[in-house]
Design a protein. Structure first.
Length: 216
């Protein structure tokens, strides 16, 4: 199997890039962020706050997260129900970063992701793919962009959906999330020693895709 790991901070475009690269190569795209977001959604719906670790872990162990395709588009399912749209809500994103620090939650997800990679050629993106989930991946990419660039991208997405938002607040949230991800005790976000750094701040999607494919 050929495994490609793409890591990087929130809003760097990992999912968008990974999906396109996977499609170009005919590989399975594994959106680990969506898997974690689905667990966060389950906890949010159960009325749990992120600081209730024991209850969070029990809730995560009691639900089923799966990936599938519908008309060529990858979907994520919570107990068999498509939640692909719901997991993209801002409050779910914030909760995801908070519950992902718990060792038992990460162990649950890592085991699932490792099994997928052992059975398929994959492009997998997340925060700790090259360092923890797939340390022996054939190609590792660390995809990043400035906090302001990532905030501008997120602001544009939200405005296009008709939502009112403050770009400075979005940037502050991104910076705070980066700090949490990089300083958590378990599997902190960092560039693997053998990963290729790709800064997309001044690149468009097609340029990033071509650059990554050129490394294969």
């Amino acid at each position: 199997m050929y495994n490609i790991a793409i890591d990087g901070p929130a809003g760097a475009g990992k999912s968008t890039i990974a999906k396109i690269v996977a499609k170009r190569l005919g590989y399975l795209y594994v959106d680990t962020g969506a898997m974690y977001r689905t667990l966060a959604l389950a906890c949010f719906r159960a009325g749990l706050s992120a600081d209730r670790q024991e209850e969070i872990v029990k809730q995560c162990q009691s639900v089923n997260v799966s990936l599938g395709y519908d008309n060529g588009t990858q979907k994520v399912y919570l107990d068999g129900v498509d939640v692909s749209a719901q997991i993209r809500q801002e409050e779910i994103g914030n909760m995801t970063s908070s519950i992902a620090v718990y060792p038992q939650v990460r162990e649950l997800m890592v085991d699932m992701q490792k099994r997928i990679a052992q059975e398929n050629n994959v492009v997998m993106d997340g925060r700790d793919i090259g360092t923890v989930v797939l340390p022996n991946a054939d190609l590792k990419i660390y995809l990043t962009a400035s906090a302001r660039t990532r905030a501008e991208r997120r602001y544009k997405e939200l405005v296009e959906k008709g939502q009112q938002c403050d770009i400075d607040a979005i940037e502050a949230d991104i910076i705070e999330r980066d700090y949490r991800d990089m300083h958590r005790e378990v599997s902190p976000l960092k560039q693997a020693d053998d990963a290729v750094l790709v800064d997309s701040s001044r690149m468009d999607i097609s340029q990033v895709v071509e650059k990554i494919i050129s490394f294969i």
